[in-house]
Ligand binder design. Sequence first.
Ligand code: HEC
Length: 136
Amino acid sequence: MAAVVCAFGGLAAPAVVAEEPYDGHIQCETEGDPKTCRIDLWLTRGYRAFSQCQVCHGLDGTGSTIGPSLLEKLGGEIGRARFMEVVANGYQGQIGVMPPWKENPNVMRYVDQLYAYLKARADKVLPAGKIKRYDR
Ligand code: HEC
């Protein structure tokens, strides 16, 4: 979820800890209501990169007949390291072929943003579809 405030029994000053890759890139009018959220340019680049994945993983990332749900994958089935490995190098699995993207700058330049965007979707802090910017 969003940044968490930790106070250790008054011994230490409260500290804000960035826990998720999208922390600091999402602003919501109503906390806990994804429909009221806006994102910055950084995260928008992740959303744009996701357009390369939709043909197999579904318009909203929840999967199709030819590719698994990326929201379930990032919701706990795989971690960041596996995501980065698979996106760069691809693999052949039971379902089919996940293509490698390491030659595609539209994906690789923004792979951190792409991971953050999909993690936010998996964590249900962002809705499907195009999201407005708050930083312009
Ligand atoms: C041409 C179709 C296709 C496209 C386009 C595609 N994928 Fe995949 N992807 C697959 C298939 C098929 C699998 C499942 C392979 C298997 O396990 O059999 C997969 C699996 C994955 C996995 C799961 C890895 C794991 O260890 O379980 C991730 C993460 C993933 N894709 C990310 C992406 C991202 C991010 C993009 C866009 C940059 C993308 N894919 C684009 C077909 C595609």
